[in-house]
Design a protein around this ligand. Structure first.
Ligand code: C6P
Length: 422
């Protein structure tokens, strides 16, 4: 059955079946290759995840059987494409437990989702002297759009500091919330530290003052079971490519009341209900925010990706990755001169570190020679790197298909790096 993992063919319900990582790996063709003569160990899942066959097959099928533009044609192919596109919206709605599919806006990714809110919500609601609250650990995608808005509106960006462990300083958060705050925008899960932020507490405190909250879910969506109604967030942004789906597609969830009140982000086809030179009226939700021909194949494949993730179960994925993270943390700490950056109590799936006397890029290059893919750099979090007084980290990030043996290969690989550099 399309969208169902091979891993679960042994039983009817995800939670009743042992997490069979070898079966999951068989669903991901790209994993079965050698790099520099060694089996690929892919530990760069925070940058992008690999795609299961279920997603690849949906892309292939769409372009070979159903390709047509949506919402326009009376012909069979267009109707099929439209049904698949809108069907995927319902899948994403269920995945996020949103109240309505009207609250699911398809965008290019997290970056576009945040820019949409900054431009549209920010443009309508932020005035001179107002404040937007972000944190030191944000990705540039959750800093720069707010800086652009603040520059345009003469508003001010305020920043929640981060402790030495890489946790948000919640007393400072309490102090920074003020009658001037128009929006709080924070990462659900930090891409550079692996910190899982106390987002429910943040939302509760912000809402007590009537302040809406946007969560950057780029990293959390593939690692945390999501329920936007339980979280009660106002906006949630995510990228399909970090959720085992294709690049170029993502989601902005927004509460219908906000989205209804917000002006369009981009103008063009599909987002209007009527156009004259005197007056244009806009389409209803969610189409008001989806101008032009969207990434139809990407949306449909994202639907297949969330089906696939659901078939494994996010709780099962999260506990598998927690074991990997624990094993990796213990392993890397056995390497002399290695320091973990980000030692929060609540972490998920991401391990950043530095090694004395070795630039993370050199470290990454030596691991690559052993077939091990990690990321080295500032991870688009330069203010966070500055906070820790380092230019960059090496980062291993896990996915549902990683194994304890791969984690051990990382530890061994780092041991070799230490030998090379002495
Ligand atoms: N982080 C990483 O290697 P886009 O590029 O729009 O799909 O996602 C942007 C983004 C926003 N927020 C967070 C927390 C992120 O981690 C990312 C992407 C990648 O960490 C690429 S820099």
């Amino acid at each position: 059955m399309s969208g169902t993992s091979e891993a679960l063919k042994t039983g009817p319900r995800a939670e009743l079946v042992r997490f069979d990582v070898e079966a999951i790996r068989r669903d991901f063709p790209i994993l079965h290759q050698e790099v520099h003569g060694r089996p690929l160990v892919y530990l760069d899942n925070a940058a992008t995840t690999q795609k299961p066959k279920a997603v690849l097959e949906v892309l292939q099928r769409y372009y070979t059987q159903d390709n047509a533009n949506i919402h326009r044609g009376v012909h069979e192919l267009s109707q099929r494409a439209t049904a698949a596109y809108e069907g995927a919206r319902e899948k994403v709605q269920r995945f996020l437990n949103a109240a309505s599919s009207r609250e699911i806006i398809f965008v290019r990714g997290t970056t576009e989702a945040i820019n949409l809110v900054a431009h549209s919500f920010g443009g309508a609601n932020v005035r001179e002297g107002d404040e937007i609250l972000v944190s030191t650990m944000e990705h540039h995608s959750n800093i720069v759009p707010w800086q652009i808005l603040c520059d345009a509106k003469k508003a001010r960006l305020r920043v929640i500091p981060v402790s030495d462990r890489g946790e948000l300083e919640m007393e400072s958060f309490d102090r920074l919330l003020s009658p001037k705050t128009r929006l709080v925008s924070v990462a659900h899960l930090s891409n550079a530290l692996g910190t899982l932020n106390p987002v429910k507490q943040i939302i509760r405190k912000a809402h007590a003052r009537g302040i809406p909250v946007l969560l950057d879910g780029a990293q959390a969506a593939a690692r945390v079971k999501l329920d936007v109604r339980d979280l009660d967030c106002d906006f949630y942004a995510l990228s399909g490519h970090k959720l085992y789906g294709p690049t170029g597609i993502g989601v902005l969830y927004g509460k219908a009341d906000h989205l209804e009140a917000m002006p369009p982000f981009m103008g063009g086809g599909d987002m209007i209900s009527s156009v004259t030179f005197e007056r244009t009226t806009y389409n209803k939700l969610p189409y008001k925010f989806e101008a032009g021909t969207p990434h139809i194949a990407g949306v449909i494949a994202l639907g297949a990706a969330v089906d696939y993730v659901d078939s494994i179960g996010l709780e099962a994925i999260a506990s598998h990755e927690e074991e990997l993270l624990h094993r990796a943390t213990e392993g890397v700490l056995s390497i002399p001169g290695l320091r973990v950056i980000g030692t929060a109590k609540e972490k998920a799936g991401i391990l950043s570190f530095v090694m004395e006397g070795i630039h993370p890029h050199d470290l990454g290059t030596i691991l690559d020679q052993q077939g091990i893919a990690i990321r080295a750099g500032h991870h688009c979090t330069q203010p966070l790197m500055e906070r820790f007084g380092i230019p960059a980290t090496a980062r291993a990030s896990f996915g549902m298909y990683n194994t304890p043996q791969e984690v051990d290969a990382l530890t061994e690989g780092l041991g070799k790096v230490r030998e090379v550099f002495g």
